[in-house]
Ligand binder design. Structure first.
Ligand code: ZN
Length: 113
Protein backbone atom coordinates (compact mmCIF):
# COMPACT_ATOMS: atom_id res chain seq x y z
CA UNK A 1 0.00 0.00 0.00
CA UNK A 2 1.16 3.46 -1.06
CA UNK A 3 0.34 4.99 2.33
CA UNK A 4 2.55 2.56 4.24
CA UNK A 5 5.68 3.53 2.35
CA UNK A 6 4.82 7.19 2.90
CA UNK A 7 4.50 6.54 6.60
CA UNK A 8 7.82 4.73 6.62
CA UNK A 9 9.35 7.88 5.14
CA UNK A 10 7.70 9.95 7.83
CA UNK A 11 9.10 7.65 10.52
CA UNK A 12 12.55 7.95 9.03
CA UNK A 13 12.32 11.75 8.97
CA UNK A 14 11.18 11.74 12.61
CA UNK A 15 14.07 9.52 13.60
CA UNK A 16 16.56 11.79 11.84
CA UNK A 17 15.06 14.86 13.49
CA UNK A 18 15.23 13.15 16.85
CA UNK A 19 18.97 12.73 16.48
CA UNK A 20 19.68 16.25 15.22
CA UNK A 21 17.25 18.01 17.57
CA UNK A 22 17.74 15.71 20.55
CA UNK A 23 14.24 14.65 21.40
CA UNK A 24 13.25 11.12 22.31
CA UNK A 25 9.52 10.97 21.90
CA UNK A 26 6.93 12.34 19.52
CA UNK A 27 3.48 12.80 21.02
CA UNK A 28 1.68 14.45 18.13
CA UNK A 29 2.25 14.55 14.39
CA UNK A 30 0.42 16.83 12.00
CA UNK A 31 0.54 15.80 8.36
CA UNK A 32 -0.69 17.95 5.54
CA UNK A 33 -2.12 15.93 2.70
CA UNK A 34 -2.75 17.46 -0.70
CA UNK A 35 -6.14 16.64 -2.15
CA UNK A 36 -4.43 15.66 -5.39
CA UNK A 37 -1.80 13.46 -3.79
CA UNK A 38 -3.94 10.31 -4.04
CA UNK A 39 -3.21 9.61 -0.40
CA UNK A 40 -6.21 8.25 1.46
CA UNK A 41 -6.48 9.91 4.88
CA UNK A 42 -8.30 6.84 6.23
CA UNK A 43 -5.57 4.49 5.06
CA UNK A 44 -3.00 6.82 6.54
CA UNK A 45 -4.74 6.83 9.89
CA UNK A 46 -5.02 3.07 9.82
CA UNK A 47 -1.38 2.59 8.86
CA UNK A 48 0.02 5.15 11.27
CA UNK A 49 -0.21 3.06 14.44
CA UNK A 50 1.18 0.02 12.65
CA UNK A 51 4.18 1.81 11.16
CA UNK A 52 4.98 3.88 14.28
CA UNK A 53 4.83 0.90 16.61
CA UNK A 54 8.19 0.46 18.30
CA UNK A 55 9.43 3.84 17.09
CA UNK A 56 9.73 7.11 18.99
CA UNK A 57 6.30 8.06 17.65
CA UNK A 58 4.53 5.03 19.05
CA UNK A 59 1.13 6.09 20.42
CA UNK A 60 1.53 9.57 19.00
CA UNK A 61 -1.62 11.36 18.00
CA UNK A 62 -2.05 11.86 14.26
CA UNK A 63 -3.65 15.02 12.92
CA UNK A 64 -4.38 15.19 9.22
CA UNK A 65 -5.04 18.49 7.53
CA UNK A 66 -5.95 19.05 3.90
CA UNK A 67 -4.14 21.06 1.29
CA UNK A 68 -6.59 22.22 -1.38
CA UNK A 69 -5.90 21.36 -5.01
CA UNK A 70 -4.96 24.28 -7.25
CA UNK A 71 -3.95 24.43 -10.88
CA UNK A 72 -3.17 26.94 -13.59
CA UNK A 73 -4.85 26.47 -16.93
CA UNK A 74 -2.30 26.39 -19.76
CA UNK A 75 -4.87 27.81 -22.15
CA UNK A 76 -6.66 30.68 -20.36
CA UNK A 77 -4.03 31.14 -17.60
CA UNK A 78 -6.65 31.26 -14.87
CA UNK A 79 -6.12 29.62 -11.52
CA UNK A 80 -8.66 26.91 -10.83
CA UNK A 81 -9.52 24.79 -7.84
CA UNK A 82 -9.13 21.09 -8.48
CA UNK A 83 -10.69 18.05 -6.86
CA UNK A 84 -8.70 15.52 -8.90
CA UNK A 85 -5.40 15.85 -10.72
CA UNK A 86 -6.89 15.17 -14.15
CA UNK A 87 -9.63 17.71 -14.19
CA UNK A 88 -10.31 20.02 -17.15
CA UNK A 89 -10.24 23.78 -16.62
CA UNK A 90 -13.50 24.90 -15.05
CA UNK A 91 -13.43 28.12 -17.11
CA UNK A 92 -12.57 27.07 -20.65
CA UNK A 93 -12.67 23.27 -20.49
CA UNK A 94 -9.05 22.83 -21.55
CA UNK A 95 -7.57 19.52 -20.38
CA UNK A 96 -4.17 21.16 -19.90
CA UNK A 97 -4.18 22.30 -16.33
CA UNK A 98 -0.90 22.35 -14.48
CA UNK A 99 -1.14 21.39 -10.82
CA UNK A 100 0.58 24.00 -8.65
CA UNK A 101 -0.63 22.94 -5.22
CA UNK A 102 -2.16 19.89 -3.60
CA UNK A 103 -0.02 17.06 -4.95
CA UNK A 104 2.26 17.13 -1.94
CA UNK A 105 2.30 15.60 1.48
CA UNK A 106 4.33 17.16 4.25
CA UNK A 107 4.96 17.03 7.94
CA UNK A 108 3.53 20.26 9.22
CA UNK A 109 4.07 20.06 12.91
CA UNK A 110 5.53 17.81 15.58
CA UNK A 111 5.07 17.87 19.28
CA UNK A 112 8.01 16.24 20.97
CA UNK A 113 9.39 15.53 24.39
ZN1 ZN B 1 -8.90 27.48 -18.91
Amino acid sequence: MHELSLLENVREILENHAVSQKFSKVTKVTLEIGKLSSVEPEALRFGFDVVMKGSLAENAELIISDIAGLGVCQQCSLQVEMETSHEPCSHCGSPFVKVIQGAEMKIKDLIVI
